[in-house]
Design a protein around this ligand. Sequence first.
Ligand SMILES: Nc1ncnc2c1ncn2[C@@H]1O[C@H](COP(=O)(O)OP(=O)(O)OP(=O)(O)O)[C@@H](O)[C@H]1O
Length: 260
Amino acid sequence: MAAGLSLHDVSLQFGGVKVLSGVSFDVEPGSILGLVGPNGAGKTSLFNCISGHYRPTGGSITIDDTEVVGSAPSKLARLGLSRTFQHPALRLNATVLDNVLLGGHTRLPGGPVSWALGLPSTARAERDLRGEALAMLEGAGLGWAAHLPADELSHGLHKGIELWRALLSRPSLLLLDEPAAGLSHGEVDQLIASVRQIRDEHDITVVIVEHHMGLISALTDRVVVLDHGSKLMEGTAAQAQADPRVIEAYLGKDAADDAA
Ligand SMILES: Nc1ncnc2c1ncn2[C@@H]1O[C@H](COP(=O)(O)OP(=O)(O)OP(=O)(O)O)[C@@H](O)[C@H]1O
């Protein structure tokens, strides 16, 4: 079931440096929200607050009405949150299939002790999960790569593996941090198709941090624009691209005056 996400007055400070100030917005269950803004605007820091990697200095973050500020990433995973990172963290000498399988550990019965002991119930669940991960890779046209070591694949495929790994946990809320970074034109088109497929086939809410405005326009229902740690505006991708405040934040005041 797709999750609803609400941020209210979220702020974050490191020492004397304010990184986020009073950020509030809601993400409707089942929708795709883009989080955009110039370099250093605070997008990844906000993602880290939502995913429990940073603890906000103030404010509230709820997933389906459960307050999650202060929750560890492992607890958030159990609540249905999954995320990717700007730089995919893969085990390069493990196979593609084993990398994807890492995303499913929250679905295995028991805990680390029963996993290490290889109890029959765990072994059975792991076998089922392996079959599911393989089917997922085949469905994505990556079946040929399943048994190759991850380091034999391109950067674009590493990003794809991370996406399918995040999906194997069957998240209700998926956070994608710059999924198009470093991808070729064709790979971005493939990514857009994959995220559309994920949205259509899974009951899921997606939040994407991305600089690639083509991808943001193609995929998102709404965008939130951050600048200097604050929310500058919220609306559709087209409204954001036409907004003089957004043009000024990206390109400077002269460009905004020219566009007006
Ligand atoms: N752990 C940290 N300690 C101190 N400052 C930090 C920390 N994490 C982020 N910052 C600062 O917060 C600000 C926002 O960084 P952040 O990476 O969130 O921006 P961003 O919008 O994701 O940028 P980009 O698009 O370049 O990835 C930057 O000035 C950064 O230096």
